[in-house]
Write a protein that binds this ligand. Structure first.
Ligand code: SAH
Length: 256
């Protein structure tokens, strides 16, 4: 049976923006699509790979909009598939990470529409690559946590700071720009040191990429004053410091 029969849906990871970070499979699926529903995070370089006959539909949600938008997207995808189209639902990064994939999978399955996932490079991996850093570090960062700092509109951020304030972990905070002050305060109140390294990467993998190194106690100021309008990832922990811990120790010694 073909990889992409008429009337089926693929949730395709578009990666962080650079089309060179698409998987070969993603590119092949995009090339076969009749209709492509994409969000705001999918870069123009990726959309340019769509075949000329394909219909491109922007279903972008930026935070703050109501969740019925998601139901409307689910319905659009299902309807196109039931009309016999090959449907690509193109999502930034990896579809299975903070991508509302479950709603779309459930909607397709409930309608009897075949649906599959093609993974993508998630923002944390792209940000680490841009920084030239590893997200894990033998002995120092044995755990990697992906967390979203996005609260539903009107709700306060409800994260278990004690669990997250682990000095031997790397924390990748998605959708964390607006909540940077809350994240910084929550982690420090739970015991994480104010000088814990933080890296901020905006528009990772795109020509407009920005990256900054700061520390946990300065994170609110850095996020407020340095970041622009693009999607940004906060990486927190020893592994993402500006240099090897041994070099940092040397530098401190030199300063002292
Ligand atoms: N499914 C996506 C995440 C969607 S949530 C993935 O796997 O990457 C949206 C958040 O992802 C943004 O608020 C931002 O924190 C992060 N993000 C997505 N693309 C990014 C990029 N190019 N650079 C930095 N952060 C990005």
């Amino acid at each position: 049976m073909s990889e992409f029969p008429a009337g089926s849906v693929w949730l395709v990871g578009a990666g962080p923006g650079d089309p060179d970070l698409l998987t070969r499979k993603a590119e092949r699926l995009i090339g076969q699509a009749d209709v492509i529903f994409h969000d705001a995070l999918v870069g123009p370089g990726v959309l340019a790979l769509a075949p000329s006959g394909a219909r491109l539909v922007h279903v972008g949600k930026r935070s703050g909009r109501h969740s019925k938008d998601q139901r409307a997207i689910d319905a659009l995808i299902v309807e196109a598939a039931l009309q016999g189209r090959r449907v690509v639902r193109l999502k930034g990064g990896d579809p299975a990470i903070f991508g509302r994939a479950t709603e779309e999978l459930d909607a397709c399955r409930a309608a009897g529409v075949a649906v599959s996932i093609c993974p993508g490079v998630t923002a944390a991996s792209a940000a680490a690559a841009s920084l030239g850093a590893s997200l894990t570090l033998r002995g120092l960062a044995r755990k990697l946590t992906f967390v979203t700092a996005h609260a539903r509109s009107g709700e306060t951020l409800d994260l278990d700071w004690r669990l997250l304030a682990d000095p031997h972990a790397t924390l990748a905070v998605y959708m964390g720009k607006a909540a940077a002050a809350t994240v910084s305060r929550g982690l420090m109140d739970a015991g994480l040191a104010g000088d814990t390294p933080v890296a901020l990467v905006e528009n990772a993998s795109l020509p407009s990429e920005l990256q900054f190194h700061t520390r946990l106690d300065l994170l609110p100021l850095a996020a407020r004053s340095l970041l622009g309008e693009g999607p940004a990832l906060l990486l927190i922990g020893q592994a993402v410091g500006p240099s090897e811990p041994t070099l940092k120790a040397d530098r401190k010694a030199v300063q002292a």
